[in-house]
Structure formats: structure tokens, C-alpha cells
Design a protein around this ligand. Structure first.
Ligand SMILES: Cc1cc2nc3c(=O)[nH]c(=O)nc-3n(C[C@H](O)[C@H](O)[C@H](O)COP(=O)(O)OP(=O)(O)OC[C@H]3O[C@@H](n4cnc5c(N)ncnc54)[C@H](O)[C@@H]3O)c2cc1C
Length: 445
């Protein structure tokens, strides 16, 4: 389809965040002539890869999934580049597509409110206020730390995985990592290398996927041709061939389907479990000072707890009427917008299995389509999507293939939009919401 600009040049949008998602969107807005500013709370682009992941992190999805299709990662990069390489890549991407000129650095958004004329009033931490036609929220979903309730009673050292930067924080410490996701596995394995004891407490057993199979990154193994029943069988076989049986580690077989939770990918965890350098524990029952009792009755003293217990979705600059969802997902049409507000988009809030670059490479164009439709029809694109039978999003978990298929179908519908142009009703007016006091010192990431 044509990438020609249909956007009205009077209009002006704000992209919040210059992480990978915000950058991918900015590149498409530039290509399609959509006028925008970009506000970034930090002093450089790259988001999590600049300020938010530990120095020893390597990507989990392989580089071909992580890169933007229009700007491949350097040939010299390995299949799973490091934090440093990924960060460099996003900086180069922003230079290459000349994105820096629109970015306002150290510009934290503290309030976004719908005001008259379907505009959005944005307040920044430095006191400035500006009005925009629309706001695209790309503030990431890996910053609002979720803490386990038990942590409050621990008198030893404690931090969240978000505050883990390098192995020095683990040296010579007997550490309990709480969690069963990717950061939990990475951190407990680092503790096994440098610490005085590495323990992993899992409330529920999980499926552990390998990063590679038969010398190939898992992300490069295409199962698109396989029917769903056979896919399940193949995944089960893959886990058996790599991790083995859960019973070998005295773990229960997970009670959920392979992709009912965000997958845990680790080749190191089975290695360290097999070498006796990581010990598995069930859920924490009680904590007295530094002694932890687990639900199986065993007790251990620890120097340090690392809570790799995940993140909540958070939009501290929005009034609560505009954060509609539960349990980590938002109720949105087109995975991005509401039916009763024009000009408000949430991008990158889902946990898609795949790499951020390849996904944004296609999804950013859908957002630009939505903006053009809103400008043309002067009504919320969410209302239109609902009218043509799109379902409200009901989960934050999706597969990359599912996203690509959905994008193809929605763009096809958009091309045929002349046939469903008429959505009855008076001209649209966003409902105003009164301002509430702004907490300038709110945690942003
Ligand atoms: C250990 C680890 C490994 C990972 N591995 C992979 C992987 O292999 N593949 C993959 O695709 N993803 C991976 N991820 C997920 C990672 O979060 C994404 O790759 C990517 O960073 C998401 O981009 P984003 O732009 O949505 O969010 P972020 O990278 O979090 O960027 C959001 C930006 O918004 C800014 N911001 C936030 N609030 C405000 C505000 N109020 N005002 C102004 N600016 C604001 C922040 O400063 C930040 O720069 C991993 C994450 C972790 C923690």
C-alpha cells in the first residue's frame, strides 16, 4: 500500500519515549510526513537498552527479530548481541534516519489531559505546557517494579531485578532470586558464577525454552507451515530434548500452556542446576530477619534477595479514567486506542514473543494509518475499528506471527475503508477530564 502522506500538516503529535518503540514510530512518521515532537525523560535514545538492562544482558530474541527490517544490525554482530551492542544499534538507527532533531531530551511528561477541540494538553516536569492533536504513549513496560509482599520483612540486602546492573552486586553473597522469568534465570546464573550461593524460588513451575536448537537461534526456526496440534507436539519435543523432564529437577510439570505466560528462555539454568550451583526452592512462606522458610518447610539464611518478580503496566501521567484494563493488559481497539477518544494511542505495551524491531517495522505503519483515518473522518479510529468488527484486546501476550497476520488483515480493511466510511453520530468531541495534582517526582523508569 502507498506510504504517501495523507496527514494534515496543521496537526501535531507527541511521541512519549525514545526507546526502540518510540524510535520505530518516529521513523515512520517522518517517512509519512506526520508532524511530531518526541519527549524523552532520559538523555539518550534506546530506552531500556540505554538505561534499564544489566550490563551483562544479551538479547533473547535473535538479532534478525530484534533489528528493524529497514536497518539491519551490523554483520559483525553475533546472533544474540549484548546490551552495549543493542544500545549502539538504536543510537545509530536514530542518526541514520535523522531522528534526533525532533527529540526533546530530559523532557519528562507528567500529565496528559484531553481538552477542548479534541486536543491534548501535555505538561512536562520542567513546567512547560503544550497542546497536541494526539499523543502516542511509548513509555515501555519494563520499569514499574512489582515487589513481592514478603520482601518487607527481610533485614538483609534487597533489590528488584530492574536495579541489577552488574555481577559486582552479587559477589560473595548468598543470594535468593525470586521469580521464574528471563531476568530471574540470568541473575541466578550470574550469582552461581560469582556469589557464595545461588538459590531460585519459583512459585509456579514454568516451561524453559532454549535459545538455540541444532545450532540455530530459535527465532529463525519457522513453524508457520505446521498445524497447531503438531506445533504443540514439536515444542514439547524441543523442550524435552533441551531442558529435559521437569521431574529431573524435582519440579512439577507446568500447569499452563507453552505460551499462556511470557516464555522463559535460558540455556544456562539447566546447566547450573545440573552442576549443583543453582538450587531450586518453592515459594517463600515466611521471613524472619535474614532467615527464609519455604513452603516445603526448608529454611536458609541469605545475604541478598533479588526480586525478579516483574513489572506493572503504568501510565502515571494519565488520569485513571484513561487507563482501562486489568492484569497487565489494556482494553484497546487495534491494540492501541479507545473507541471514545480521538488522538490517544498506546504503543508497545504488550509482551509479544518476538523482537521489537521486526514488530515495530510493521506495527508503526498501522498507527500511521490510524492517524490518517482519524484526520480524514474526524472520529476516533477505535470507534471505526469496533464498527467493522475488531475485538477489544483481551491479553498482553501475543506471538509475532499473530501480530503480522493481524497487521496484514487490518491494513487490507483500511484500504477498503471507503465502503464503511459512515459511522453514524454527531461530530466527535473528546470528553474533557479535570486535572488532578501532578506528582513531579513520580518514578518514571
Ligand atoms: C533483560 C531484558 C531482556 C530483553 N530482551 C529482549 C529481546 O531479546 N528482544 C526484545 O525485543 N525485547 C527484549 N526486552 C524488552 C525490552 O524492553 C524491549 O526490547 C524494548 O526496550 C521496549 O522498547 P520500548 O520503547 O517499548 O520501551 P523502553 O525501552 O522502556 O523505552 C521507553 C522510553 O520511554 C521513556 N519514558 C518513559 N516515561 C516517560 C515520560 N513520562 N516522559 C518522557 N519519556 C518517558 C523512557 O525514558 C524510555 O527511554 C528485554 C528486556 C529486558 C529487561
Amino acid at each position: 500500500m502507498s506510504q504517501k502522506c495523507n496527514a494534515n500538516l496543521q496537526n501535531h503529535y507527541l511521541i512519549i519515549g525514545a526507546g526502540p518503540v518510540g524510535l520505530g514510530l518516529a521513523k515512520v512518521f517522518k517517512d509519512r510526513g506526520i508532524r511530531y515532537d518526541q519527549a524523552e525523560a532520559d538523555s539518550e535514545v534506546g530506552g531500556n537498552w540505554y538505561h534499564g538492562v544489566y550490563k551483562t544482558a544479551h538479547i533473547l530474541s535473535c538479532k534478525t527479530a530484534m533489528e528493524f527490517p529497514e536497518y539491519p544490525m551490523p554483520e559483525s554482530y553475533p546472533d544474540f548481541p549484548s546490551q552495549n551492542q543493542v544500545c549502539r544499534y538504536f543510537i545509530d538507527y536514530a542518526h541514520h534516519f535523522d531522528l534526533y532533531g525532533n527529540i526533546m531530551f530530559r523532557k519528562k511528561v507528567v500529565q496528559v489531559l484531553p481538552v477542548a477541540e479534541n486536543l491534548w494538553q501535555v505538561s512536562f516536569a520542567d513546567g512547560e505546557e503544550k497542546k497536541y492533536t494526539g499523543v502516542l504513549i511509548c513509555n515501555g513496560h519494563h520499569w514499574c517494579r512489582r515487589h513481592p509482599a514478603c520482601a518487607a520483612s527481610f533485614t538483609g540486602e534487597y533489590f528488584h531485578s530492574k536495579d541489577y546492573n552488574s555481577p559486582e552486586q552479587l559477589v560473595n553473597k548468598k543470594t535468593l532470586v525470586i521469580g521464574a522469568g528471563n531476568s530471574a534465570c540470568d541473575i541466578v546464573c550470574e550469582s552461581a558464577r560469582v556469589g557464595a550461593g545461588a538459590f531460585l524460588s519459583m512459585r509456579r513451575s514454568v516451561w524453559i525454552f532454549p535459545k538455540t536448537f541444532m545450532g540455530k537461534p530459535l527465532g529463525r526456526i519457522k513453524l508457520g507451515w505446521v498445524p497447531p496440534f503438531l506445533e504443540k507436539f514439536l515444542i514439547h519435543a524441543l523442550i524435552r530434548c533441551t531442558f529435559g523432564k521437569h521431574a529431573q529437577y524435582k519440579l512439577d510439570k507446568p500447569a499452563h500452556g507453552f505460551f499462556d505466560r511470557h516464555p522463559t528462555v535460558s540455556e544456562e539454568l539447566p546447566y547450573y542446576l545440573r552442576h549443583g550451583r543453582v538450587t531450586l526452592k518453592p515459594d517463600v512462606l515466611t521471613i524472619v530477619d535474614q532467615e527464609i522458610t519455604f513452603t516445603d518447610g526448608t529454611k536458609e539464611q541469605f545475604d541478598l534477595i533479588v526480586a525478579a518478580t516483574g513489572f506493572d503496566l503504568a501510565f502515571p501521567f494519565l488520569p485513571k479514567e484513561l487507563v482501562r484494563g486489568e492484569k497487565g493488559h489494556l482494553h484497546l481497539y487495534g491494540h492501541a486506542t479507545y473507541e471514545d477518544y480521538k488522538g490517544l494511542y498506546f504503543v508497545g505495551w504488550q509482551q509479544v514473543r518476538g523482537g521489537v524491531g521486526s514488530l515495530m517495522g510493521v506495527f508503526a505503519n498501522v498507527i500511521a494509518d490510524f492517524i490518517e483515518i482519524e484526520e480524514e473522518l474526524q472520529l476516533p479510529v477505535g470507534k471505526l475499528l469496533k464498527a467493522i468488527g475488531e475485538k477489544c484486546s483481551s491479553t498482553h501476550l501475543m506471538g509475532a506471527r499473530q501480530v503480522f497476520r493481524w497487521v496484514k488483515s487490518v491494513r487490507k480493511k483500511k484500504l477498503q475503508r471507503k465502503s464503511y466510511l459512515v459511522v453514524p453520530g454527531p461530530p466527535h468531541r473528546n470528553k474533557a477530564i479535570a486535572a488532578c495534582p501532578v506528582k513531579i517526582n513520580m518514578e518514571v523508569y
